[in-house]
Ligand binder design. Structure first.
Ligand code: PMP
Ligand code: GLN
Length: 384
């Protein structure tokens, strides 16, 4: 293993899911729903397979049906107009979109300003692209994690090439506000930076609203917006994602994508195109369901003695284990939790460069059936 990757070891999600399987625990670690998305969308995938749509290599940028559906979605939800032919690229999940964007846009030694804690693939992809990550830490206070705009400004240097943003934010559940996004936009324009923004939880906002960064003045031409079907349609195994950006940026990202995967899963693209056209009632029901689950798990964790950072969005609630008494080390806590009570969670420390900042925090996923969450809470209340 080369030096660029050696520091990353095995992703925490694989480690914790393996632990859940081995111990037969409830897996609130890795963020995936335990029920599949809409039957009609699954049937659309079956129909595409049977009809031979996409069973051979689909077009490099993605099938036109999906590119058009992505463009329509951006216009319908946000009033953002993208040309499906030149400004949309289908990727193998948001994961490939992040990797391809960083590989395409970074020169060796370029600095990338990223919010910390960060989704784990960001650090590894910045490293694979030869870049240097510059974390800006979100600080917890009054039950929420917030971005300090002065710290963000101070992180930008003459070597900064891009800001890697994520809102709604994994793992903290923070949804950046209009004012925060506006400040990020102003900074990017003033310092002539690109922004790669990961908005995979765009439809999972329970408080406030999701505002795409690309909708701010001056941002459309310097922003690569990433999303995917996994979270929005509860098909995380399908790995269908996309970017929207200017033709120049799409061409750049595609230059990297063509040598990573060349193209992405054919028949599923047709099904995701149908999914993106579901009526607003689908998206509203998804959000309402997850909001109720967020409330159930947040309340239960608080009753079990955890400090709770109630998330405004995403699948995840971050907790502080110190109020449990004597607990300080989230990694050790998560490794022991399955044996102690049959529940798996993820230690936030692995999402930090400044590990001490994340040490006492642990993330639980609530994208699970109500009875599973209820059982998990009852087990956590029994922690000795
Ligand atoms: N970004 C964030 C913030 C995530 O939480 C995830 C996990 N869904 C991804 C990217 C990866 O998305 P995908 O499964 O579409 O590759
Ligand atoms: N995005 C999900 C999470 O944060 C799953 C990630 C993964 O398995 N790579 O839990």
């Amino acid at each position: 293993l080369n030096r660029r990757l050696a520091e990353f070891g095995t992703t925490i999600f694989a480690e914790m899911t393996a632990l859940a399987v081995r111990t037969g625990s409830i897996n609130l670690g890795q963020g995936f729903p335990d029920t599949d998305g809409p039957d009609e969308i699954r049937e659309a995938a079956v129909r595409a397979l049977r009809a031979g749509h996409g069973n051979q290599y689909p077009p490099g940028p993605g099938v036109p049906e999906l590119r058009t559906a992505v463009a329509e979605h951006q216009q319908r939800r946000y009033g953002l107009v993208y040309d499906p032919d030149t400004e949309v690229l289908v990727t193998t999940g948001a994961t490939e979109a992040v990797a391809a964007a960083l590989l395409a846009l970074l020169e060796p030694g370029d600095e990338v300003v990223a919010l910390e804690p960060y989704y784990d693939s960001y650090a590894a992809c910045i490293a694979m692209a030869g870049g240097t990550r510059v974390p800006v830490t979100l600080h917890p206070h009054d039950g929420a994690y917030r971005l300090d705009l002065d710290e963000l400004r101070a992180a930008v240097t003459p070597r900064t090439r891009l800001i890697l943003l994520n809102t709604p934010h994994n793992p903290t559940g923070t949804v950046l506000t209009r004012d925060e996004l506006s400040a990020v936009a102003e900074l990017a324009c003033e310092r002539d930076l690109l922004v790669v923004t990961d908005e995979v939880y765009e439809h999972l906002v329970f408080e406030g609203e999701h505002i795409p960064l690309a909708s701010f003045p001056g941002m459309r031409e310097r922003t690569v917006t990433i999303s995917s079907a996994g979270k929005t349609f509860s098909f995380t195994g399908w790995k269908v994602g996309w970017i929207t950006a200017s033709p120049e940026l799409v061409t750049a990202v595609r230059s990297a994508k063509q040598f990573l995967t060349y193209v992405s899963g054919g028949p599923l693209q047709y099904a995701v195109a149908e999914a993106l056209r579901l009526p607003d009632s689908y998206f509203d029901a998804l959000r309402a369901d997850l909001r109720a689950k967020r409330d159930l798990l947040s309340t239960g964790l608080a009753e079990a003695g955890f400090g709770v950072y109630e998330p405004a969005g995403t699948y995840f609630v971050t907790t502080d284990i110190r109020p449990l008494g004597g607990e300080q080390d989230g990694l050790a806590f998560c490794r022991a939790l399955p044996e102690r009570c049959g529940v798996v969670a993820v230690p936030n420390a692995v999402f930090y460069d400044h590990r001490d900042q994340g040490a006492p925090f642990v993330r639980f996923a609530f994208c699970k059936r109500t009875e599973v969450l209820t059982e998990a809470v009852s087990r956590l209340k029994g922690l000795d």
